[in-house]
Design a protein around this ligand. Structure first.
Ligand SMILES: [Zn+2]
Length: 706
């Protein structure tokens, strides 16, 4: 199909009515579908390169006019570039060929061929890289952890003369979306291998530049490899849920989603009523766990921290023997198991303490080397100022160490092994080591390495259930569950983060039933525990504590309700016998136990179901006073803050047998009346769309075709 020489634009069309409009120079002008049309900002070619490693000095290298644009048929466009332009106008001769095509309502692009001058090594490929007019009421859908919605991101910079403000976000799924006045623009990438990538938003000149960035290898000689997978751009009508539904059909067909409800029912994770995240001494952990299992008369799991030899966040990966001895610990585990409690232990899946005696000889060989030649590490434990060094997934020595840890954990009779950090940041940081057998810089070796670690551990210890932190999609087939803390949104992001950002269960809208997420970071008394192996002289004085429960009487129950409403398994952290027996906490404990029973009875929806459109539940707003606190926060620095939240949380799910249900959670201390309305034709079975929920209660409403 030839292009008319007098035409001013080239239009690709598909049978579904979507069109993509290109300029004669290959620039992307607009994408349109039923209900959503986006006119893009000038200069948008859909991709660019970044030469700089510092986001403040990105040194962009952008395409200008293509040398050849051809349209082989109605829904394909082939574009060739022979030069790129630096911001200062200098040009670089290159060869880049890419193809755009319309497929299933998506504009998909992929790089066919790249040749760069010898020595030109871009840090990243931004693809898709979309320039949008930044209008009011913008929202950014971000797949960080289970999902975040950001209102008017970087809006302070909209009128700046240059597009220089930036915000980078993790991408635990390969999708993002921009929403504005009911119209959405979805971006995704369709990488099967786990290339290092993140999301980047730049704002200025009334423009938002939104991209998925793929970090490129930095070979010592020769051409860098470029990603060959497709990326997508799709206009749509709706919000974050609709964006997830664009990504989901592809996502759940991939290897990492291959274990669905039918493949995940055979571990204790499937049978649980709740998790308890407990720490330290056997006398602190076991009575409380047994008591919760007894009161529920249902299976419970303990995520046991601070069981290992050394103080928390020090001396990893030297864990054994347990601090109270292997014999006592194994007996405690066996006793829990006999009382309907499964047990997993904390280990760190990608850290080696800089001060651990073997770091110098062995740990350094496993550690990620940054582009400046320094080893990558971070001080989490500010009480002891100990630096954990982060390993590279490709380092063979780390694979051996992971197997040593797994063997030790299995030999103690444990049910599960938690490998911290991998599913939040594993394989996302470029490594420049020359000792790990990979090309320096970006690529997929880190993720592939950590996948291999999980595979080896599963093969060596098939009886251990595996879990990790956060929800990176690319590991889900090799994990039995993941913990999220983000369900404790206010405690996670604080007063500043609560302004203009909202938690959304975006991950569950894509993967629920194909991945299991549990948890929150909620302490019933607002007090985080102290590891008794940390130096006592570093411990803040008890007088720094306040009556947090009295100041924040609803934060715990809000977190609990939100955990289950988001389709995650309920969890309480640091619940002790004192809490379980104290009348002050009795109502909160009762809500947690009620919620656990309710979750357990409705697992076909809340564990295995496919998320339906949340619909609307009209209800009162509640003032909820909260604190932000981690185990490394000084209590004297904590300032309670108050947020407004829906008094009744809700979500809707379709069980594998096809039954649909709406779930309502009233976490407040007052009766609440709600009115249900749905966009999908489903309606409450009994026809009643107005309901009253008693204080601190939850309700299942069966939905049928209205
Ligand atoms: Zn490496």
């Amino acid at each position: 199909m030839s292009i008319d020489a007098t035409a001013t634009e080239i239009v690709l069309r598909d049978d579904a009515g979507m069109t993509a409009h290109f300029a004669m120079d290959g620039g992307l002008i607009a994408v349109k579908s039923d209900g959503s049309a986006w006119d893009l900002a000038p200069g948008c070619f859909g991709w660019s390169l970044r030469m700089g490693f510092d986001d403040r000095e990105p040194q962009m290298l952008r395409p200008s006019a293509a040398t050849c644009v051809s349209q082989p048929d109605t829904n394909h466009l082939h574009v060739e570039f022979d030069r790129l332009v630096h911001e200062d106008g200098r040009e670089v001769e290159v060869t880049v060929e890419l193809t755009w095509e319309l497929v299933d309502g998506l504009l998909q692009g992929h790089i066919e061929h790249v040749e760069l001058p010898e020595g030109l090594l871009p840090a990243a490929l931004a693809f898709p890289d979309i320039l949008l007019p930044y209008s009011g009421n913008a929202q950014w859908v971000v797949p960080r952890d289970i999902g975040v919605l950001i209102d008017n991101p970087l809006s302070d910079a909209v009128d700046a003369p240059e597009i220089s403000a930036f915000r980078r976000e993790r991408a635990h799924m390969q999708m993002t979306a921009w929403l504005s006045d009911g119209a959405g623009l979805h971006l995704d990438s369709r990488d099967l291998d786990g290339w290092m990538k993140s999301l980047l938003l730049r704002v200025g000149r009334q423009t938002a530049e939104l991209s998925i960035e793929h970090l490129l290898p930095q070979p010592v000689t020769g051409q860098p490899e470029f990603p060959s997978y497709s990326v997508s751009v799709a206009p749509f009508a709706g919000g974050w849920y609709e964006a997830a539904q664009i990504y989901r059909p592809w996502a759940i067909k991939q290897e990492w989603a291959s274990r669905g409800p039918d493949q995940r029912r055979d571990t204790y994770v499937a049978e649980l009523a709740c998790w308890l995240w407990l720490r330290g001494r056997i006398s602190n952990v076991c009575p409380a766990a047994r008591e919760v299992a007894r009161r529920l008369n249902l299976p419970v799991a303990v995520d046991w921290y601070w069981w290992h030899k050394h103080p928390y966040d020090t001396s990893y990966p030297d864990y054994f023997p347990p601090r109270e001895g292997a014999e006592a610990f194994s007996a405690a585990v066996a006793d829990l198991q006999a009382n309907n409690v499964s047990v997993q232990v904390y280990t760190n899946g990608m850290s080696w303490d800089l001060e651990e005696p073997r770091w110098e000889a062995e740990g350094s060989k496993c550690t990620t080397v940054l582009s400046d030649g320094e080893y990558w590490g971070h001080v989490y434990n500010t009480w002891m100022n100990r630096k954990l060094m982060h390993t590279c997934g490709a380092a063979e020595g780390w694979h051996k160490q992971a197997l040593i840890t797994a063997e030790g954990v299995a030999s103690l009779g444990l049910d599960g092994l938690y490998m911290d950090q991998i599913a939040i940041v594993g394989g996302t940081t470029p490594c420049y080591s020359t000792e790990h057998g990979h090309i320096p810089g970006g690529g997929a070796y880190g993720v592939q390495g950590f996948r291999e670690v999980f595979r080896k551990v599963r093969a060596a210890e098939p009886g251990l259930v595996l879990s990790s932190e956060s929800v990176a999609e690319v590991y889900q087939d090799l994990l039995d569950c993941c913990i999220t803390l983000q369900t404790s949104w206010e405690a996670s992001v604080g007063v500043a983060g609560c302004k203009g950002t909202t938690l959304i269960p975006l991950f569950q809208a894509v993967y629920h039933g194909h991945a299991i997420v549990f948890g929150n970071y909620s302490h019933i008394d607002g007090i985080t525990p102290w590891d008794y192996l940390w130096p006592e002289d570093a411990r803040p004085a008890p007088s720094e504590e306040q009556d947090w429960h009295a100041l924040c009487p609803d934060q715990f129950c809000l977190d609990m309700a939100r955990t289950v409403a988001c389709g995650c398994q309920p969890l309480a952290t640091n619940l002790t016998m004192d809490h379980l027996n104290d009348p002050v906490f009795a109502d909160d404990v009762a809500f947690f136990l009620d919620l656990s029973r309710f979750y357990h009875a409705h697992r076909e929806w809340l564990l295995w179901g496919e998320m339906l459109h949340p619909g609307a539940v009209d209800c009162a707003q509640a003032d909820v006073t909260c604190i932000q606190r981690s185990i490394f926060t000084r209590p004297s620095t904590i300032k309670p803050f108050t947020v407004q939240r829906a008094a009744v949380l809700h979500s809707a799910w379709r069980a594998p047998d096809g039954e649909a249900g709406l779930f309502l959670f009233n976490y407040t201390r007052d009766e609440q009346t709600v009115t249900i309305s749905r966009p999908d034709g489903l309606a409450p079975e009994d026809g009643e769309s107005t309901l009253t929920l008693p204080a601190r209660s939850m309700r299942f409403v069966r939905l049928v075709e209205g």
